[in-house]
Design a binder for this molecule. Structure first.
Ligand SMILES: Nc1ncnc2c1ncn2[C@@H]1O[C@H](COP(=O)(O)OP(=O)(O)OP(=O)(O)O)[C@@H](O)[C@H]1O
Length: 869
């Protein structure tokens, strides 16, 4: 692909003189650019990045597109959880006021009685009564008000430690303890580990990737080879793995020499894109952007990894939009597909892309679950240049939306690629990749990107360039990571500790992660009853509720976002100051993503993780991958725990009541919905039943199985990976018990290699792996017909070829459009697939069956192939 030079004007005086003239002209030129390819360069253009022309927008992304795609709201009368909570709070307030009034009454009675007493006594009583009234005045202050005044209370803590109104009636005692000073037996090992880690960080600082295998060097065995071990391990260990990686990945230095672009302007990008970047407030590219953009512009496949919040989204969007800017405009085609694992992340990516492409004529379509299918179908029919989708909804469209195919995809981007390669998404991803042409450019990105050839090979990449910016699996150095130890007998105190953290220390823009939806929801009720403004984000909510929750949190209407791991990856909300892990995530990767919601784009941030006894392995791993100064320990005062325990106890009953009422409301809501559904069914019966049934590439059973597997496997696989990562460090004791126990590392490695050599199976595996990697390095044969071409060829030649290839009565099925004929084949193939045999083929067959039994779809395919001839 050719670079197109943009005109730069260094002359400041000229800039000023032409300022007004150019403002007008720029607007006109942009419009011209949109319509004409030949009029791209305007020699008089001056690009302003100083905010004169384009004032940077406040939020780099919004919910407009998602909101527009929301299904029409069905009016329901049931109360929302917030309303139920508010009602309960009001009830409690009223009750309290009653009690106070009763008390007051009692006091006045006392006054009447005191009239008959002596003067001295009267004076004494008067003083006492005034004291009492003071206390009552304080009691009248609602919990809400107290929450608001917490800051002031803390400030005045030293002066009035024992009065409630002016300060707090408890003493806060929290401590930050350097882990190196900690007395815990496990933590005794840390200083040495940390030093090793520091050394490693330094050696990795030049953009080198953190080599998992070289972690052997961190073993603290007293070995005479200690100092030379770094080189040793790199040479010895997993020779064949390194050989494979070398063969599989392209050498970056061979592709590009100078990657140090000072600003986006020196990157030879088109003016409308520079304008888009300027509008977003981006002037200097981040490291991952510096490295990715030039290579991606060359059409190379990329495997990119950089810490959370380092700007990976812009890194892949800029080259995409730049390349699309020079696309042929005669025919509209879907040329770019961007996939992300969650709806919110996809919405965010779509929004950033729309803003970046605002000054071009590039069209985008957002395809995520929870938003209107119909609207997406209409948009897809116009063949937008970029489709940004979650895998599930995309497959739904590929299978069920007339004329939407992926055969024209030129660039495929998979954001959070490591997650997408995991069980649960893997089947869907395979299905999508199968429909995309092999000749496409593929780019993969994640903060925890894998370079495992076995995993990547499934995506049929073409000699990808590995761009690992920071040592992978590391956190931002500006992130302070605090840990609160929860001993086994203190497990019941988690809620209390969380409340203390939120009531006393972290009051704004805090995201709190929970492992389960139910705990997140219960905490939302507790927070609400205690006057903490919080919204929840998890899979039990409707898409509209999810968007509302995010929006409220982003705009500061609530201070806390109570989320499950749904929000752990990719979400970029400005100003998140703190991430609290109510429970430690299931894997180290997940931890990186969760805490990566703060300390983004060079800002500071803090994470606080409640760590149980069973989480210590993961804790060690976190410590191992972090710098010493990043790790802190927080202690919560016992008195504080007692006090908040009482507070929580006081509202427990109300929490139950709220949850019960919510359940009842939900049931009523459900009944109403069913009724509405029934009415609709009666009203639009003919229309509904005339629609072709939607198909899916998996049966319901397989879908469920895959989901369950996903849940299990994330846990098992990640734990295994963490353990592997941690092999020599955390599991030291375990390893020492094996047959290599007591040997020096060098000896151990030699032994392992010798064993591998003597194992014929292992030898074959190694050989196979190296051959596979070498094969993938060969350039593709020019006359090689891709799967996609084959499908096209088949479509051209009608059913005959298919009959030959598939060995089934396709011709008969094509003409026999009765339901019987269609259903006769589908279950058979589904079964086949269930056994795991001929999976892809059977899917294709199902798809063709459905298409052939559906006049409209068959027709639209023919139209497309005719147009393409
Ligand atoms: N060149 C730039 N200059 C300034 N800010 C930037 C630049 N590029 C991106 N950003 C900002 O950095 C933040 C993080 O960007 P982005 O969401 O792309 O990070 P990421 O690497 O994808 O993170 P994650 O791994 O969590 O998905 C965003 O707020 C974005 O607006």
């Amino acid at each position: 692909m050719d670079f197109v030079m943009t005109i730069e004007d260094d002359n400041e005086e000229n800039k000023k003189l032409n300022n007004e003239k150019n403002n007008e002209k720029n607007k006109r030129d942009d419009k011209n650019n949109i319509n004409s390819e030949n009029d791209i360069i305007n020699p008089e253009f001056t690009f302003f990045i100083d905010g004169i022309n384009n004032k940077p927008i406040e939020h780099p992304w919004d919910f407009n597109a998602a909101r527009a795609g929301l299904k029409p709201k069905i009016p329901v009368k049931s109360k929302s959880i917030d309303e139920i909570i508010e009602n309960k709070r009001l009830e409690a307030k009223k009750k309290k006021n009653h009690e106070i009034n009763d008390k007051k009454k009692m006091n006045y009675d006392d006054d009447e009685l005191s009239e008959s007493e002596k003067d001295d006594d009267l004076e004494k009583k008067y003083i006492d009564r005034n004291k009492k009234k003071e206390t009552m005045k304080h009691d009248e202050v609602s919990e809400d008000d107290r929450a608001e005044n917490d800051e002031e209370e803390e400030d005045s803590d030293e002066d009035e430690p024992y009065t409630f109104g002016g300060g707090v009636d408890y003493v806060i005692e929290d401590e930050y303890v350097d882990t190196s000073e900690n007395e815990d037996e496990d933590e005794d090992e840390r200083p040495e580990e940390k030093n090793e880690q520091k050394k490693k960080k330094a050696s990795n600082s030049e953009g080198k990737m953190y080599d998992k295998d070289s972690k052997e060097d961190e073993d603290e065995d007293e070995d005479e080879d200690e100092d030379e071990s770094d080189e040793d391990s790199n040479e010895d260990d997993n020779e064949y793995e390194r050989e494979r990686k070398k063969a599989y990945f392209a050498d970056k230095s061979e592709i590009i020499q100078n990657e140090d672009a000072e600003s986006f302007q020196t990157m030879n990008l088109s003016r409308p894109i520079l304008k888009g970047l300027s509008q977003l407030g981006f002037i200097q590219p981040t490291q991952i952007q510096k490295e990715t953009i030039p290579i991606a512009l060359m059409g190379k496949d990329i495997c990119g990894g950089a810490i959370t919040g380092s700007g990976k989204t812009i890194a892949f969007l800029v080259p995409i939009i730049e390349r699309l800017f020079y696309r042929p405009r005669q025919t509209a085609e879907v040329r770019v597909l961007i996939l992300a694992p969650t709806r919110e992340l996809t919405i965010q990516c779509h929004s950033v892309a729309s803003k970046l492409a605002a000054f071009t004529d590039i069209t985008l379509c957002l395809c995520v679950g929870g938003l209107s299918l119909k609207q997406q179908e209409t948009e897809l029919r116009a063949r937008p240049d970029i489709v940004i989708a979650t895998p599930g909804r995309l497959i739904d469209h590929v299978r069920n939306s007339p004329s939407f195919l992926l055969e024209s995809i030129e660039i495929l981007v998979i954001d959070e690629a490591d997650r997408m390669l995991e069980v649960g998404f893997a089947d869907e991803l395979n299905e999508i990749v199968k429909y995309c042409p092999k000749s496409r450019q593929t780019m993969l990105f994640s903060a925890t990107m894998t370079d495992n050839v076995d995993e990547l090979i499934r995506l049929s990449l073409n000699r990808p360039v590995k761009l690992m910016i920071d040592s992978i699996k590391s956190t931002n150095t500006k992130l302070i990571q605090e840990f609160i130890r929860i001993r086994e007998y203190q497990e019941k105190n988690r809620e209390i500790i969380l409340l203390i953290l939120c009531k006393k220390y972290f009051k704004h823009k805090v995201i709190i992660f929970f492992r389960t939806k139910s705990v997140a929801h219960e905490m939302k009720v507790i927070f609400g009853l205690l006057g903490l403004k919080a919204s929840e984000l998890h899979g039990n909510l409707s898409q509209e509720q999810r968007l509302e929750a995010l929006e409220a949190f982003r705009d500061g209407k609530v201070d806390y976002l109570l989320a499950t791991d749904l929000a752990s990856r990719g979400l970029d909300i400005k100003g998140i100051e703190t991430v609290i892990n109510y429970d430690i995530p299931q894997s180290y990767d997940q931890y990186i993503h969760r805490v990566g919601r703060t300390a983004r784009a060079g800002r500071n941030g803090r994470s606080v993780t409640l760590t149980g006894e069973s989480d210590r392995k993961l804790l060690k791993l976190i410590i191992k991958h972090s710098q010493k100064e990043q790790i802190k320990k927080r202690k919560i005062d016992v008195e504080l725990i007692k006090e908040y325990s009482k507070k929580l106890e006081d509202i427990k009953e109300k929490v139950e009541e709220v949850l019960k009422e919510e359940k009842e409301e939900k049931l009523m809501n459900q009944a109403e919905m069913e009724l509405l559904k029934g009415q609709n069914l009666l009203k639009y019966e003919n229309e509904i039943f005339s629609r072709p049934a939607r198909t899916w590439f998996q049966s319901e059973k397989e879908k469920k199985l895959s989901k369950n597997l996903s849940a299990d496997n994330i846990d098992v696989k990640k734990r295994m990976r963490d353990e592997n990562d941690n092999e020599e460090g955390v599991n030291k004791k375990k390893i020492k018990r094996d047959k290599y126990a007591g040997m020096s590392r060098k000896k151990k490695r030699r032994m392992k290699l010798r064993e591998d050599d003597s194992n014929p199976q292992m030898k074959i595996e190694n050989f196979k792996a190296v051959r596979l990697a070498k094969k993938s390095r060969r350039p593709a044969k020019i006359n090689k017909i891709s799967e996609n071409d084959k499908t096209k060829e088949k479509a051209k030649n009608g059913g005959e070829k298919k009959k030959k290839n598939n060995g089934i009565g396709f011709e008969m099925d094509l003409t026999d459009v009765t339901k019987k004929a269609a259903f006769a084949v589908v279950p058979k193939n589904t079964n086949k697939k269930g056994k795991g045999a001929g999976k892809g083929k059977s899917n294709d067959v199902i798809k063709k069956k459905v298409k052939s039994s559906n006049g409209i779809k068959k027709k639209s395919m023919n139209v497309k192939s005719k147009r393409r001839k």
